[in-house]
Design a protein around this ligand. Structure first.
Ligand SMILES: [Cu+2]
Length: 132
């Protein structure tokens, strides 16, 4: 009986530890994440030979293409010296925010889909958030 108890306790500790690791992994997977998009310094300069369409380039929004999970938060930070906007062009018009130099704006993407956004002041700056 004593020998059995001595074996049972370490076995129980191992089982609990393994269960704990699985639980923590599950939690980590379901925790909403925050993603950062930087409005780059110099984003006010239009691309050469700009023809009027949106340009998805990390020189403007970085990254200009981002894939997130539903429930995740995206934070845009304006690192440029002038004011920019983060304006949703999708039918949902989920956000339209003016960001002065150094300002940031966060939005939680609850609904799946593709959100194309741009800057009203500098309309070559395209960005896309794909919510899965
Ligand atoms: Cu801008």
């Amino acid at each position: 009986m004593r020998v059995r108890a001595k074996l049972l306790i370490p076995a129980a500790v191992v089982v609990l530890a393994v269960l704990g690791v699985f639980l923590l992994q599950g939690l980590a997977r379901t925790q909403p994440r925050e993603h950062v998009v930087v409005i780059q310094s110099g984003a006010l300069v239009p691309p050469e030979n700009w023809s009027g369409g949106l340009v998805f380039d990390n020189r403007y929004f970085s990254p200009s293409n981002l894939t997130v999970k539903a429930g995740d938060v995206v934070t845009w930070i304006n690192r440029d010296s002038v004011t920019h906007t983060v304006t949703d062009l999708s039918g949902q018009k989920a956000f339209d925010e003016v960001l002065g130099p150094g300002q940031r704006f966060s939005y939680r993407f609850e609904r799946r889909g593709v959100y194309v956004y741009y800057c009203v002041v500098h309309p070559w700056k395209g960005g896309e958030v794909r919510v899965e």
